[in-house]
Write a protein that binds this ligand. Structure first.
Ligand code: BTN
Length: 244
């Protein structure tokens, strides 16, 4: 596996995708991204040298076929969660569906510390590669106005780390999750997410829903609180629910 580091790059996910045209397995990190991307066409911004901007990319071939798409999403989320718990020796980190990690900063107050963006490239209907992009706020202490109230970092939580040490551990943990059995991984995710039975709101919609189940394809089966209506949602919708 080749590792690439750049002082500045548009997006580590995009560069990893480029590299996967000729490489099988890559890690791309940067001190700064000029076009960092989040889910749902959002930007992912952060200070120079302050945070983890990380992508792990894997080519799929007939000899090395892709696991389920969900497998990579779960691996990215659980690896980030485990990294944060291990290095801080604290149990204050929580997964939020579908791809975020929050830190519990006070009772009932949680702030986002990490976001994960999984991207797949297709040739026809064949998935040729997968990139797991992970952003973790490490040493940044000031955030832009829009996210100052909702974001946190390891430093704001009282921990200081060298970025590269964290990246080395993240690679090890991530590869371990990727190598796991699909069903075993799903069960771990389900347990950590702990979302079944919770009330949720879909942003920009009025209805309240209850999560009936986390489906095996990663979607949430929801029940309308006021009627018998059910629906399934995936990572395309922004949702709010009580993480604790
Ligand atoms: C989200 O919360 O919406 C996901 C954010 C993912 C950000 C990471 S930073 C490294 C990688 N490169 C990108 O452009 N995005 C991901």
């Amino acid at each position: 596996m080749k590792q690439y580091h750049f002082p500045q790059i548009e997006s580590t996910n995009d560069f990893a995708k480029e590299l996967l045209k000729t490489e099988d397995e890559v890690v791309v990190t940067a001190d700064f991204q000029t076009k960092g991307r989040g889910r749902s066409q959002r930007n992912w911004e952060g200070d120079y040298g302050a945070n983890i901007y990380f992508s792990y990319g894997l080519s799929h071939s007939d000899e090395n076929p892709a696991k389920s798409y969900l497998h990579y999403q779960i691996s990215g989320c659980l690896a980030t969660l485990e990294l944060l718990k291990t290095v801080t020796k604290k149990d204050m980190f929580i997964l939020k569906y579908p791809n975020d990690v929050y830190a519990s900063v006070q009772e009932r107050v949680n702030r986002k510390i990490s976001g994960i963006l999984i991207e797949h490239t297709f040739l026809g209907d064949k998935c040729t590669n997968t990139v797991i992009g992970i952003g973790i706020n490490v040493n940044q202490t000031i955030f832009t106005n829009q996210i100052m109230e909702i974001a946190t970092s390891l430093k704001l939580l009282g921990f200081e780390f060298e970025i590269q040490d964290l990246v080395d551990k993240l690679i090890e943990i991530l590869k371990n999750y990727i190598s796991m059995d699909d069903d075993e991984l799903f069960e771990l995710w389900k347990k950590e997410l702990n979302i079944e039975g919770k009330d949720i709101i879909i942003l920009s919609e009025a209805n309240k829903w209850k999560v009936q189940s986390l489906e095996r394809d990663g979607r949430l089966l929801l029940q309308d609180m006021e009627s018998d209506n059910t629906r399934k949602i995936d990572d395309g919708q922004s949702i709010r629910y009580n993480l604790n």
